[in-house]
Design a protein. Structure first.
Length: 218
C-alpha cells in the first residue's frame, strides 16, 4: 500500500507541471500586427477638401509654398472600420549640391519645427499634414521624397508610408540625324528597357566568350 501511495504522489507531481504549462500556453494571446491584417496607408497631395489633387492642380516646386499631404487607410482597413491612430513620423529628403537635405516634419502625431501642422479627423478617417520645405530643398529641381510611419486604431505595430512629392514627365530626344524624335515618358521607358535587354545580351555573350577562352587555355 505504501508503494502505491508513493507512486501516485510521483505521478501527481510529474503531471501537474505539464498541465500547468499547457494551460498557461493556451491562455497566451497572439498579437496580430497591422501588416498581418494587410492594412496600409494611401498618401497623396491634397487640397482644402482633402481630395487628391489632379496632375494640373498639384503645387509646383517653389519656395515659400505650403504643401498639404493627406493620409488615408486603404480599402481593407476602411472596410474593417479601422482608422488612423496617429502619424508616428514623417520626414522629407532630397539630394542637392551639398549632398542631402533632410527635414523632420512630424513626430508622435504632431507637426514639428514651426514649419508643419498635423491634424486628424474624428475616428481617424484621414489625417493631413501642412508643411513648408526649407531652402535646401530648392537648390535642385529634383524630386522630394517623404517617408514615415503610421499606426492604426486596431492591430499592433505601424506601417511604412512613402510619397514622391514632385513627379516629372520627361522627354528623350534622339539626335542621330536632323529629324530628332522626342519620346514621352512611356516610350522612353520602353526604350530604356530594350537597351538594358540588349546590354545584358552583349554582356552574357562576352562572359561566354571569356569562358570558352579559359577552357581552350586549359
Amino acid at each position: 500500500m505504501q508503494l502505491i501511495s508513493t507512486t501516485m504522489r510521483f505521478l501527481f507531481f510529474f503531471l501537474f507541471p505539464f498541465v500547468f504549462v499547457t494551460s498557461a500556453e493556451s491562455d497566451t494571446a497572439v498579437e496580430t500586427t497591422v501588416m498581418d491584417l494587410n492594412y496600409r496607408i494611401d498618401a497623396f497631395e491634397c487640397g482644402d477638401d482633402l481630395r487628391s489633387l489632379s496632375k494640373e492642380d498639384k503645387q509646383k516646386k517653389k519656395i515659400i509654398t505650403v504643401y498639404r499631404i493627406c493620409f488615408e487607410p486603404n480599402s481593407v482597413a476602411r472596410e474593417a472600420g479601422v482608422g488612423i491612430k496617429k502619424v508616428d513620423s514623417w520626414t522629407w529628403e532630397t539630394s542637392n549640391d551639398d549632398g542631402m537635405a533632410v527635414l523632420e516634419a512630424a513626430r508622435d502625431g504632431e507637426g514639428l519645427g514651426g514649419i508643419s501642422a498635423l491634424e486628424c479627423l474624428e475616428e481617424g478617417k484621414s489625417c493631413y499634414l501642412d508643411t513648408f520645405l526649407t531652402p535646401g530643398f530648392y537648390n535642385n529641381p529634383g524630386t522630394v521624397l517623404g517617408n514615415g510611419e503610421v499606426s492604426f486604431t486596431t492591430g499592433t505595430g505601424s506601417v511604412p508610408v512613402k510619397l514622391n512629392l514632385f513627379s516629372f514627365d520627361f522627354k528623350v530626344t534622339l539626335k542621330d540625324g536632323p529629324d530628332g524624335k522626342e519620346l514621352d515618358s512611356a516610350e522612353a521607358a520602353d526604350l530604356m528597357q530594350d537597351m538594358k535587354a540588349h546590354n545584358d545580351a552583349v554582356e552574357a555573350q562576352k562572359n561566354n566568350e571569356n569562358t570558352d577562352e579559359v577552357k581552350e587555355e586549359l
